[in-house]
Design a protein around this ligand. Structure first.
Ligand SMILES: [Zn+2]
Length: 510
């Protein structure tokens, strides 16, 4: 057999324990001499083997092997050949094809039958199955990608595939439309939209899919149910894990979205001819007030709202649509602000936000440290395994432990990052909304009105043609501030989880 000699030491600081290039070369020459091995050429480079495609000497050696200039390799340890699955795969393929008949290290000789040891040099993501299956089938490719936390298939909408080489391919947010994903989720969650309405909204924004067409309803439905958008890698029968791509929303937000999508009782399902349908309760029996239209003998139609009286006649009289409007508008007009008050309010709220997140920054640093430590531990046990200080089983068990710890840490890291951004954007959104509330209400169509009322109220009750009206907490607080601008110094009203609060009897009444 003819041998290529391959020496490598990373120029980066992560391989202090590896022999220098000169030492590797000397040791290997001595070893070859003792064992009467014929070395036809030496390849040597100071490069890291963690990222594929970075090593010219390695590439040249493969070309030499393919040209049958040698049929074996000698190196100090197998991890000199590769520390990434792609290039380890190139070696393994050549072993399988019998282009490489042997890999010799001073510790041992590796032939076709135990080529899996090459993979021991691969630092990340290999598991026991990884090395059980030698054949290069699709399934294997998928498993490799999943081990790396990469999405193995076509990118889902709002993402695009990225990277030229197979094992480096992952998904990144689609630069054209990714920003619309969190936006539409916000709309759905805050306005309780169903999928049809969500699609309308996307179309209004002019958002097109990768084929430059509008989204299909079924496809949007799937998209909104897919956990890939908060970074979960769930693929076929493989165990779930955190993917190595940038999530578009937090897990918390995604779960909230699922709640909203699950709730079949959400009012906005049909076309609303009566904007106050199912928004207003009968104060006497608690049923919803619904609209109906009466056509008079003159041919003129009048719309009314009335208790359905399904629980018997509660005696609550109906009210004309116009009268209802006249009752509602003054409420909405109360939420109108001088720009200066709103700006001051916004400033103080954001300041408060910054203060409260001080401890989260510290926490994030702590997590980053822990991630770095766990990663180091992985390196360490690999070295121990390569030096045969621990058994394959011990290595596997320890590695699984560390990897699951890493997954947990990464999840916490993502949550921390999003928490702050999310609250901030909720606040911004809220202040934007508040600014134009009155204008939108007075000029908008009935659906706009509906949405605004739904947004700002907890419960509205109709009694004897009068409304009792409960604002949601933040709006109520703004109304209080507005009526007494010097008393702006309250705190703690905003809620990171703005769900409808319990009705407050103390709220404004007409
Ligand atoms: Zn009633």
């Amino acid at each position: 057999m003819k041998y290529f000699m391959y020496c490598r030491k990373s120029s980066e600081g992560d391989e202090k324990q590896a022999l220098s290039l000169q030492s590797q070369e000397r040791e290997l020459r001595d070893y070859a001499k003792e064992n009467k091995l014929e070395i036809v050429k030496m390849y040597s480079e100071a490069k890291s083997a963690r990222i594929p495609g970075k090593r010219d000497q390695f590439k040249a050696m493969l070309e030499g092997l393919d040209a049958r200039k040698a049929d074996a390799i000698i190196c100090w340890k197998t991890d000199r050949l590769s520390r990434n699955p792609e290039e380890a795969g190139k070696i393994m393929q050549r072993i399988t094809d019998n282009v490489i008949k042997e890999i010799r290290t001073p510790q041992k000789s590796i032939g076709t039958e135990d080529a899996n040891d090459i993979l021991m040099g691969v630092e990340f993501g290999s598991n026991s199955q990884f090395s059980k299956d030698l054949s290069y089938n699709t399934k294997r490719g998928i498993r490799e990608k999943i081990n790396l936390g990469q999405w193995p298939g076509l990118a889902p909408h709002f993402y695009v595939n990225y990277g030229l080489k197979n094992k480096e391919r992952n998904i990144i947010p689609d630069p054209n439309i990714a920003e619309y994903y969190p936006k539409i989720v916000d709309e759905i969650v805050s306005r309780k939209l169903n999928v049809i309405r969500a699609l309308d909204q996307l179309n209004k924004w002019g958002v097109k899919n990768r084929y430059n067409r509008s989204f299909a309803l079924s496809s949007l439905h799937r998209i909104l149910r897919d956990p890939i958008y908060y970074g979960l890698l769930r693929y076929s029968e493989y165990p779930e894990k955190i993917g190595a791509w940038e999530p578009l929303i937090s897990k918390k937000k995604w779960l909230l979205l699922q709640d909203v999508l699950d709730d079949k009782s959400k009012p906005i399902k049909t076309r609303w001819e009566y904007p106050y349908n199912k928004l207003v309760h009968c104060a006497r029996c608690g049923l919803f007030i619904t609209g109906y239209t009466k056509v008079k003998k003159s041919g003129k139609a009048y719309s009314y709202y009335s208790c359905t009286k399904r629980h018997g006649n509660c005696g609550n009289p109906p009210i004309k649509l116009n009268d209802m409007e006249n009752l509602v508008t003054p409420f909405i007009s109360k939420i109108k602000f001088k720009g200066s008050i709103l700006d001051e309010l916004k400033k103080r709220t954001l300041e408060k936000l910054e203060n409260e997140f001080g401890h989260e920054i510290a926490k994030r640093e702590e997590i980053s440290k822990s991630i770095a430590q766990a990663t180091l531990k992985l390196d360490k046990i690999l070295t121990m395994r390569l030096d045969e200080e621990i058994t394959k089983e011990q290595y596997q068990q320890k590695k699984d432990e560390i990897n699951s710890e890493l997954d947990n840490l990464k999840e916490v890291e993502i949550d921390l990052r999003f928490n702050r951004d999310e609250i901030r954007s909720q606040l911004e959104l809220y202040f934007e909304k508040v600014k134009g509330l009155y204008d939108v209400f007075t000029n908008g169509d009935s659906e706009d009105k509906r949405k605004i009322i739904y947004e700002i109220t907890d419960r509205i009750e109709l009694d004897n043609k009068k409304l009792r009206w409960n604002f949601k907490k933040p709006y109520l607080a703004l109304i209080e501030v507005n009526s007494c601008p010097e008393n702006i110094n309250w705190g703690g009203w905003w809620d990171s989880n703005p769900r409808p609060l319990l009705p407050q009897r103390s709220a404004l009444t007409s």
